[in-house]
Structures are given as C-alpha cells and as structure tokens.
Design a protein around this ligand. Structure first.
Ligand code: KIV
Ligand code: NA
Length: 262
C-alpha cells in the first residue's frame, strides 16, 4: 500500500496491518514485507530514547527519524506522528511543523485528540494538502491528564466523547483513525459508524486494521507484556543469546577464525 486513497479503499475489503518504524534498517525489512504501512510513532521517545513518556518527542526528533525511515522505504505508506503540542502553537507553527515531517518523507501525519482545537488544526492541514489520521482513546501525549497508560472509554461520558470525536474527525477529512486501549464494543461502534478505516491497538477485533510497536511485537522488552500484545518473537532472548555467543567466542579465541581473516 503506497497511498492514502488505497488505505481508504481497504475498509471492509481487506484488513490493514501497520507497525511502527523508526530507523533505516527496520525500514528496509518492512519495505519488503507484507505490512501495509509504516508509522513513525512518537513512541520512539520511549522505545529508542528511553524516556518515560512520549512527551519528550519533538518535531526535529520526529523529522530525523522520519528521514531515516524514508531512505529505507519505497513501497509503503509512511505516516508520522505530530509530537506533543506541535499543533497547538497557532496556524503558522502548525504548518511549519507539519511541513518538516512531510519534507522529511512522511506522506501523512497522525494527530492525537478529538477536542475542537485539534479538529480545526486537522481540517486546516487537510485543506493544505496534508493527509491526516486521527488518534482517540488512550492518547499517550495526555498521559499526565489521564494519570497513566490505562484503558479509555469505560465510562459512558468518555465512550460518547470517543464516538462523537470519531464522527468529527471523519467529517474533517481524516483518512483513518487509530483507537488505542478502548473496550472492543466501543471500538466496534466506531468502526461501524464511520466510513474510513479504524486501526486498533488494544482495541479488540472489530477493527479495520491493527498497529503494533515493532519492538513490542518482536519481544525486545521482556518487562512489557500487556494483555493486548501478541509477541511474534522472543527478541530479548534471541539478542541476549547472540551477543553472549559472540562474547564467548571472542574470549575463547574462537572468533575470528582463519576463514574470517585476510
Ligand atoms: O507512537 C506510536 O507508536 C503510536 C501507535 C501505538 C498507534 O501512536
Ligand atoms: Na504515537
């Protein structure tokens, strides 16, 4: 999948698979894989840079990673996250920040939130020629407001906000919406109500597609095992075994051998 119009057309035809991608080497793999789209998520602040939340990602960091991803991807849709507060400093700053990510190689942006200011910013970007994906439910940039990375939409008031915001994001012109950590019945309602694809993470099975953080689904972080996460590899153990085997060979004088020498 290379374009947002292909993305839109997938609704109720074929499920959409997305993983995060932060760098060149993983971009090369994803480019040749069956994955539909790569998300340069601001989760890179946590996964790559070790911060506790995503609020430490800023526009230049996002642009740097987006450009690395762009150099490795020729065949997939690249979506980049607008980082914390990047759309909240007026229209000039909004356009400047969005422009940085698009020039770095993103074809589309993802923006968290369903409040009126965010919807207005999204509409302005779309009118400016930049495709935007929405993001509702657990919007991690609001972690301090929520008091943690918890399920959103259990109470009726917040469930209603998610459902109403989804309709507004569609009306503003979004080409898709991520629902993160939402009860599957609420996510199902959203999926049935809107005509653009819904992408879930911790949002159950009634979605038009799914997104996972690449490092999480590869099992690189042995301490992160939430219920929604399916690990497709025990990356932590595989890497540990490999680096220890190398270290052992070096210490034993086993590496390099004759064939590995000039
Ligand atoms: O930053 C990210 O990785 C994301 C996905 C989890 C949706 O926004
Ligand atoms: Na994100």
């Amino acid at each position: 999948m290379k374009t947002v119009s292909e993305f839109r057309k997938s609704k109720s035809k074929e499920k959409i698979s997305i993983v995060t991608c932060y760098d060149y080497w993983s971009a090369r793999i994803i480019d040749e894989s069956d994955i539909d789209a790569a998300l340069v998520g601001d989760s890179l602040a946590m996964v790559i840079h070790g911060y506790e939340t995503t609020v430490n990602a800023d526009i230049d960091l996002m642009a740097l990673h987006t450009s690395a991803v762009k150099r490795g991807i020729t065949n997939k849709l690249i979506i980049a996250d607008m980082p914390f507060l990047a759309h909240r400093r007026g229209k000039d700053k909004l356009i400047e920040n969005a422009g940085k990510l698009i020039k770095a190689g993103a074809q589309a942006l993802k923006i968290e939130g369903g409040d009126q200011d965010t919807i207005d910013s999204i509409r302005y970007l779309i009118d400016s020629g930049i495709p935007v994906m929405g993001h509702l439910g657990l919007t991690p940039q609001s972690v301090h407001k929520f008091g943690g990375f918890k399920l959103r939409g259990k109470e009726k008031e917040e469930a209603d906000f998610i459902i109403e915001s989804a309709g507004k994001l569609e009306a503003a012109g979004c080409f898709g919406i991520v629902l993160e950590m939402v009860p599957s019945q609420i996510a199902k309602e959203v999926t049935e109500q809107i005509s653009i694809p819904t992408i879930g993470i911790g949002a159950g099975m009634y979605m038009d597609g799914q997104v996972l953080v690449l490092h999480d689904m590869l099992g690189f972080n042995k301490d992160f095992s939430p219920k929604f996460l399916r690990k497709y590899m025990d990356g932590y153990s595989s890497i540990m075994d490999a680096v220890n085997a190398y270290s052992r060979d070096v210490k034993n004088g086993n590496f390099p051998n004759k064939n590995e020498s000039y």
